[in-house]
Design a protein around this ligand. Structure first.
Ligand SMILES: [Zn+2]
Length: 287
């Protein structure tokens, strides 16, 4: 049987397309992948040494926030852009490694968690291909989530990363970042042992703390957020940074409503998370 006209723009050819390797990456030295489920290496020159030999014990999840994967890979793998990540997870579940885990990739920017502010030195960065809030913010395909989950599980085992240190970029930089955002299915990762999670308390009508609120209740909220790891100043005043931190908390742990207003559901979920931290972590957080 003779074949019909070829359809290079058909969905099959799109699905099987070869990965676009940015030109600049062709000159960068390649390396052995750290994970057996990596399908491609596209080396990025954008990395350095981890400060003071800090070994990574955190995984930071991002979305690429760009219209297409070609542009995202080019940005992450071209000298001069000053950004990179250890891994990029494509929508079809393929995993690309760009920076060896031993090296310090440049993905976190100005950020802080649990008293540390050199997050790049203590973390492994994973970029998840998704256009993000500025470009329509599509759902994450389940194949992609399965790949992210498997990648994280491997890193957690190899690097002894505790569940409560698998975090969103928005957690460590609440006033600057939204990624990977409220559509990211943290609950399904948690079902596979990745990330710390409790069932969020339902949203009901309740008293709230919000911009302008002042007093002990605000101070207690800030203290609880800081205990969990957020870099929020404890002032007793519900200011801009407090609102941004509450929104980041909601994006990750109570995604049904992200408004930066601390309602009862937000507070209950936060305290349930704190109570379910491993005892040794709670002891440190209480100091
Ligand atoms: Zn990010």
């Amino acid at each position: 049987m003779s074949s019909g006209p070829s359809t290079p723009s058909g969905s099959d050819s799109k699905r099987q397309r070869v990965l676009p390797v940015p030109k600049a990456a062709a000159n960068t030295r390649t390396f052995e992948p750290d994970s057996s489920i990596v399908s491609d290496i596209i080396p990025s020159p954008n990395h350095g040494d981890r400060n003071k030999g800090r070994q990574p014990d955190m995984i930071l999840l991002h979305y690429t926030g760009m219209p297409d994967v070609e542009g995202a890979l080019a940005r992450l793998c071209t000298a001069g852009t000053e950004v990179s990540a250890h891994y990029v997870v494509l929508e079809d579940g393929r995993i690309v490694q760009c920076v060896p885990e031993a090296k310090r990739a440049w993905h976190a920017g100005v950020s802080s968690w649990a008293g540390e502010d050199d997050i790049n030195s203590c973390s492994i960065g994973i970029e998840i291909v998704n256009r993000g809030h500025d470009w329509g913010y599509p759902d994450f395909p389940s194949r992609q989530i399965a790949a992210v989950t498997a990648l994280c599980r491997g890193i957690m085992l190899r690097r002894e990363v505790p569940s409560h240190r698998v975090l969103a970029h928005s957690d460590v930089a609440p006033s600057r970042k939204k990624d990977p955002g409220e559509k990211f299915p943290w609950h399904s990762l948690a079902n596979s042992g990745v990330g710390h999670w409790v069932q969020p308390a339902p949203v009901v009508r309740s008293e709230t703390l919000k911009i302008g609120s002042i007093g002990d209740d605000v101070q207690n909220l800030q203290q609880a957020l800081a205990k969990y790891g957020y870099g929020v100043p404890v002032t007793g005043k519900y200011d801009g940074p407090t609102m941004d931190t509450v929104a980041a908390f909601q994006r990750h742990f109570r995604p049904a409503k992200v408004d930066g207003i601390a309602d009862r559901s937000t507070l209950t979920t936060l305290h349930a998370l704190l109570a379910s931290l491993p005892p040794e972590v709670r002891a440190i957080a209480a100091k």
